[in-house]
Design a protein around this ligand. Sequence first.
Ligand SMILES: [Zn+2]
Length: 229
Amino acid sequence: MVTKSVSQEAKDIELATQMIHLGARLQVLQAETALSYDRLARLYREVRGCSPPKGMLPFSVDWFTTWLPNIHSTLFYSVYCYMDQLTPAHKVQALIEAYKLYLEQACAGRIEGAGEEPVLSFTRAWMLIRFFESGMLQLSACERCSGQFIAHAHDPAAGFVCAICKPPPRAGKTRSSKIVRASKAAKKDSVNENTPKQKAKKSTKKASSVAKGSAEAIVKPQDEDKNPV
Ligand SMILES: [Zn+2]
């Protein structure tokens, strides 16, 4: 009978806990630790207060080459490579550190309370590294900005233009980005209202007051009382 090392088990539990906090699925935990399925499921319930989600992992390689996921995944992967190659954090530790940094960057500029999930989930980030390791993805240099972006393996490198230099026509026109735009317009209006030029801006204020009211109600209900009458 194989005797299990207690200290190794403690390390695995610590590692699994960190990954559960970041949103890892059970399959990822099983691959990265030596803990049994039952113990991991119990740990998951203790940490998150609910049962782990069932079903298969997202295994689409194509997802990483669609425009917005491509930008997010490229950002994450660049940080991961830096962590793995140039810091003491390697493999799964590099993944955890890189994902934390990615979350910080992905949340920057996002409106508080918008409740939006990050584009790249922890499980997808883990899959991304597997895809690179198995040679299904590569980094291609954009011929306009010379940045390295994720692309399908063996795609021709010549003539590659990244998703930032050439975004699709509908880029950024999602429901959540509409809320962000509306709230930005509302904030701009409230600044205008507080200036001495209030009278001159009156017509603009009237026109946008309906949009402003609804946007602020969705995004920042606590700011309602700040609106000058
Ligand atoms: Zn580019």
